[in-house]
Design a protein around this ligand. Sequence first.
Ligand code: CTP
Length: 400
Amino acid sequence: MNKKNILLGVTGSIAAYKAAALVRLLVKEGAEVKVLMTNAAKQFITPLTMATLSKHPVQVEFFDPENGDWNSHVKLGLWADVLLIAPASANTIGKMACGIADNLLLTTYLSARCPVAVAPAMDMDMYAHVAHQQNLSLLRLRGVHVIEPPFGELASGLQGQGRMAEPEVIARQAQAILSKKVNLSGRHFLVTAGPTCESIDAVRFIGNHSSGKMGYAIAEELAWRGARVSLISGPVHVSVRHPGIALYRVSSAQEMYEAAARLFPDADGAVMAAAVADFTPESRVEGKLKRGKSAIAITLTPTKDIAAYLGSIKKKNQILAGFALEADNERTNALKKLREKKLDFIVLNSLTDPNAGFNVDTNRVCIMDKDGREVAGELKSKVEVAKDIVDKLSEWAAEH
Ligand code: CTP
């Protein structure tokens, strides 16, 4: 965010106190921050606090009544590389949707030529109200980035969706907007992640070492770039940080198949990052298998190949990406999977590199597409690998 100009609009909400932390974070990341407040916002946090943290005077009124000094909303709009409104009250969002211009923040919004993002903050029933939701939809249609509020405890003590996203989430979204990579708005992607668990009895299962980190990093990168994401995840210990990701928790390969088959027809594409079990016990033992002296045999039957199924129903305007984890003949096997599962590209992981693949934070991959293009990457963090994979999806989205 070095030297980027961020205009932060603060409106009247109890979450205004979090705007102070947001300013600190943005300034620490190297951004120039100027703050605009509504009169209602001043009831929740003082201009002095915001001016001290941002190192610029806070602007509230159109002009200073003492000396007539004019705060030009046009100049402010031109100065900003991004306009963030956090917290954004239902009132301000409603006025933005209607084009009402009765304060400096709203006139600046109407004059601004830069990208705009709002982080709504309000009671859960207000947030869910159809009038407010229609206002948000209208803003989304006009290209405003909506940083969804997460579910959690509200100022009223109730639990629900409406509290403002955390400053770290808003700062990360601003970063994505500033890097001009938010080009997946209006797109819907499906991501599978983590292992599957195939039950043997009530307490035992066949699983694998997949941590889910790669799939979760891809889901988050897609969401930061504006896509709606449905993440189908096997049991993992990582959590979703982006509030815009819909998480579908599953356990077995069959459950993952059912969720993917249901969600894929509505998606623009899918990334199959899950380590799906290829076999499952033919029957599950009721209760717990008792220890015995003789060997037992468990008959395993093949599971459904989810990627191959999605490949078989894929329409022309959908993209499908998969992973290949190979111990030998890496390229040949990966290309075979690319063809057989009708993937558009495949991400080859090597089992021979100790810093890549399962249960580590780094990965080294080679991305191969159906047109014969191949890009072999360095050892990188899974977050960086996710960016490379999402770059490939963004290229496709730009053409479709
Ligand atoms: N995959 C899937 N459903 C399965 C098995 C695999 O969707 N039942 C997907 C994986 O998510 C991955 C790709 O298919 O994107 C390749 O998975 P991989 O385990 O490398 O290959 P398999 O097809 O399972 O073949 P093998 O294990 O024999 O190499």
